[in-house]
Write a protein that binds this ligand. Structure first.
Ligand code: GAP
Length: 515
């Protein structure tokens, strides 16, 4: 695992963001708990997503459907029959992997070689560098690109034909080794259903098998008519939902990137058949803008079109972020045609159509889905924010500080109020200031340790502003405000604190950038 990734994991634990689940019982694989700072950050991400959907679009409304649903739903959606991952075991290390992930990682390694060649050449040629021309003519880049294209084409064909023997053959031909042990002694590839099954009802005879939902989307589809009729919605319109999803993941070794219990933020946008690809482009653009609005650099985000389209999709792309473990999917945007509504129509026997008052016809709407993992978004925000810097301390000596440059709107704590000493009425004054502000922002009061150490602790949890209350405060009602990112300090009247901070940390300001 990348060194930075390891540091991020221990930082997240040390500062109350994420704890391994059931830790005192040695943990539970791929399940995590959010701590006191983690839950605040997570709630802020949720709010930013929810408001960007539901507040900013008058034709998008939200729901909160149950996790348990009728078992027929998962037959209709295809999850019972086909929600499988191809798994492969290494006979020597006894480790289990997703065969498709091994192949993807192999491709990513070659892609990273190409990126290195390009970066090197860009440095060498300076301003005159033409990346397109370089990629089209450099022999090493061309030969690596050829390898990628060949493996990809083989994999897509094998996946489409459900040809597990060929998938294993690709792993053998590419000489892919177990990333842990280096062994190439592989079993055959098998399919593995990812849904968790449980029983409903207390009497086992009557108990029916049901599933923990593997995605929140189906709760939206089965409520399509309820929302459309009760909300008198007209096509196009969207339904948004945030909620837990469960998958019995085979490969679950990447912290909160791949969990067995996680949260999704999904929005299904119902459109007129034939207009879906136009809406697909619109949502791609809107969603990328949303990510960039959180201060993520352009070169850390990219679209990755699906090599293999699901049989019901006519377009699909992922938004990928460059995590410390490489470029990986954060969000999927899918044009799902009328597959889900038609399937539920067939399995339930209930019509799920829209009557268009203009054309005076009934039709089954097509759907554009935007589906983002909340935990992955959390990891993106943490990875993007984590910085180790050398900065001067009070004596002017350089020392290391770890800072989370979180977007202020998402920071768990917006303002720390710090009395310089624990006497002379300073704690009382600090509490008075805090009581005035805490109804509006998440504030934290801290009086232990030197002011420098307190600043460092606030930097480590990403608090954008610290207020220091000192003896001058008692005399003239002014405080020192210290800014997290550049560590500059200003003397300001107490009455100005709210004015300086509120605009910077408000959802109102952040959301208005999306309008
Ligand atoms: N309704 C469509 C759907 O569920 P998906 O690509 O399987 O599509 C959507 O999942 C998003 O959910 C992914 O982009 C990812 O961010 C998140 N996700 C999926 N599986 C996950 C897991 N095991 N742990 C954490 N997040 C996951």
């Amino acid at each position: 695992m990348d060194d930075l990734f390891k540091k991020l994991i221990s930082h997240a634990k040390e500062y109350g963001f994420i704890f391994p689940s059931s830790e005192i019982y040695d943990g539970l694989s791929a399940v995590y708990d959010y701590g006191q700072n983690g839950v605040e950050l997570k709630n802020n991400i949720k709010k930013y997503w929810w408001d960007s959907m539901v507040l900013l679009h008058e034709n998008i409304v939200g729901i909160d459907s149950a996790i348990f649903m009728h078992p027929e739903i998962w037959k209709a959606s295809g999850h019972v029959g086909a929600f499988n991952d191809p798994l492969i075991d290494n006979k020597d290390s006894k480790k289990r992997y997703r065969a498709d992930v091994l192949i993807e990682d192999y491709i990513e390694k070659i892609e990273s070689k190409i990126r290195k060649e390009v970066t090197k050449a860009a440095k060498r040629f300076g301003d005159s560098f033409d990346e397109k021309q370089f990629r089209e003519t450099n022999p090493r880049v061309l030969s690596n690109q050829k390898k990628i294209d060949e493996v990809r084409a083989r994999y897509v064909k094998a996946a489409e034909n459900d040809d597990l023997t060929e998938i294993k053959q690709i792993i053998i031909d590419c000489e892919i080794a177990d990333p842990v042990s280096g062994s190439r002694n592989w079993t055959d590839v098998r399919q593995f259903n990812l849904m968790f099954e449980t029983k409903l009802g207390s009497v086992s005879d009557e108990a029916a098998s049901i599933y923990l939902r593997p995605e929140t989307a189906q709760g939206i589809f089965v409520n399509f008519l309820n929302v459309q009729k009760s909300g008198r919605m007209r096509i196009p319109f969207g339904i948004a939902q945030i909620g837990k999803a469960f998958r019995n993941e085979i490969v679950a070794r990447q912290f909160i990137f791949r969990m067995r219990e996680f949260e999704q933020m999904e929005m299904q946008y119902f459109v007129k058949p034939g207009e879906e690809l136009k809406w697909f482009e619109t949502w791609k653009e809107k969603r990328m803008k949303w990510h960039k609005s959180l201060g993520v650099a352009d070169n850390k985000l990219r679209f990755h079109d699906h090599d293999k389209l699901a049989h019901y999709a006519n377009a699909a792309t992922d938004i990928e972020f460059e995590f410390p473990i490489g470029f990986k999917e954060v969000e999927g945007i899918h044009s799902r045609t009328d597959f889900d509504l038609s399937q539920h129509q067939e399995f339930s026997g209930k019509k799920l159509q829209f009557y268009d008052p203009e054309s005076k016809e009934n039709y089954t709407p097509f759907v554009i889905e935007t589906s983002i993992g909340l935990d992955r978004m959390f990891l993106l925000i943490m990875s993007n924010a984590y910085k180790e810097e050398k900065v001067p301390n009070a004596e002017g000596k350089l020392e290391e500080r770890v800072v989370l440059n979180l977007p202020p709107v998402l920071a768990p704590v917006k303002l720390a109020v710090l009395p310089l000493v624990r006497k002379d009425g300073l704690p009382e004054k600090a509490r008075e200031i805090m009581d005035h502000l805490k109804v509006e922002f998440n504030c934290q009061y801290e009086e232990k340790d030197s002011i420098g150490r307190r600043y460092r602790r606030q930097d480590a949890i990403g608090t954008p502003y610290c207020i220091t209350v000192d003896h001058q405060t008692i005399r003239d009602n002014s405080v020192t405000i210290r800014y997290r990112d550049d560590m500059k300090q200003d003397r300001i009247p107490v009455a100005k604190i709210r004015e300086i901070i509120s605009d910077k940390v408000s959802f109102r300001t952040a959301l208005s950038r999306l309008v």
